[in-house]
Ligand binder design. Structure first.
Ligand code: HEM
Length: 290
């Protein structure tokens, strides 16, 4: 039987470095390695006493942050496909989503470990403390998406699969809100992924012609940076009574790197890569290769 006549059976056990057609993919292998890398990284920090006085607590915080990072990367897949004319990136979405779910799971296990596995107490906290309730709801969503992330579930659910997987947006909002509330004094670290999330959502809600152009992306980037700065100032004003003008002013006057600056740097990098990729495609077309 020729390979073209072999029908691929949907399986949850498909090796993650193969394409849907069953071919080996460097892109998938490298992404898999990057998804796993935080585990030895945190392990190494732990083994070398670099996780502070409360290593379990610190590892819990690290895994939470990695969950957010992979969640944002997962949401960036569709824009990456359109902006870089990069169809194959779609293959990475499931892996990135599962990585976010995995680090969320590790985060909760480490939280329980930090509480000496007093499971009654942990459960009680998860259902009664506001910022933990947000995390718990997001986790339930992650579980639903992970369990239905197989080819088989996708085929069986049809159009309902897409609807269910739109839950990723409320999950991201709840996770980011949870992140903000865990930051006692400075929320800058949470405002960076929130700013990138704002960019991704603005990108999705604008017209295709506009959002695919470099000018359109630049306008959305400026809007996202401004919203990050305004959001940060509003948060401090509402929660700590700090004068919002002082917080906004810090974006222009201090040597401190603000969340809006980080978001701006990320989005400038995006535009530079996008311009490079467009130039590459134009040249290839000129050579008659594309
Ligand atoms: C049952 C669900 C969850 C529980 C019980 C939980 C618990 C916690 C706790 C106790 C903290 C530390 C708070 C502190 O030190 O004051 C924390 C921080 C954090 N959690 Fe969660 N969490 C949950 C779900 C999630 C989810 C779904 C995400 C993201 C996808 C997430 C991301 C984070 C992040 C980013 C931090 C802050 C890390 C840092 O400060 O560097 N958590 N979480």
């Amino acid at each position: 039987m020729s390979t073209s006549t072999i029908r691929r059976r949907p399986s949850i056990f498909a090796v993650p470095w193969r394409t849907p057609a069953g071919r080996f993919s460097w892109l998938k292998l490298v992404t898999l390695i990057l998804c796993i890398a935080p585990v030895p990284l945190i392990g190494w920090q732990w083994a070398t006493d670099n996780l502070g006085a409360r290593p379990v607590h610190h590892a819990m915080l690290e895994t939470g942050f990695w969950a957010i990072r992979f969640l944002i990367l997962c949401l960036a897949v569709t824009p990456a496909r359109a902006l870089f004319d990069w169809t194959r990136v779609v293959m990475l979405r499931r892996m990135l989503g599962l990585a976010a779910a995995f680090y969320t799971f590790a985060h909760i296990v480490l939280y329980a470990a930090d509480q000496d596995f007093a499971l009654g107490f942990v459960l009680n906290q998860m259902l009664t403390v506001f910022y933990l309730i947000l995390g718990t709801i997001a986790t339930v969503g992650f579980i639903a998406l992970s369990l239905t992330s197989t080819d088989r579930a996708m085929a069986a659910m049809g159009r309902r699969w897409k609807l269910l997987h739109r839950l990723i947006y409320p999950i991201a909002i709840l996770s980011l809100w949870h992140f903000f509330l865990t930051q006692k004094v400075e929320i800058g670290i949470a405002a960076v992924p929130a700013g990138l999330f704002i960019f991704l959502m603005l990108w999705r809600t604008t017209l295709p012609g506009f959002r695919r152009s470099i000018g359109g992306v630049a306008i959305l980037a400026v809007a996202s940076v401004a919203l990050t700065a305004l959001g940060e100032a509003a948060w401090y004003a509402l929660n700590s009574g700090i004068n919002p003008w002082l917080v906004l002013d810090a974006n222009f006057t201090t040597a401190r790197t603000t969340a809006a600056m980080f978001v701006a740097a990320d989005l400038v990098l995006l535009i530079v890569i996008m311009a490079g990729r467009r130039a590459q495609l134009r040249m290839a077309r000129g050579d008659g290769k594309v």
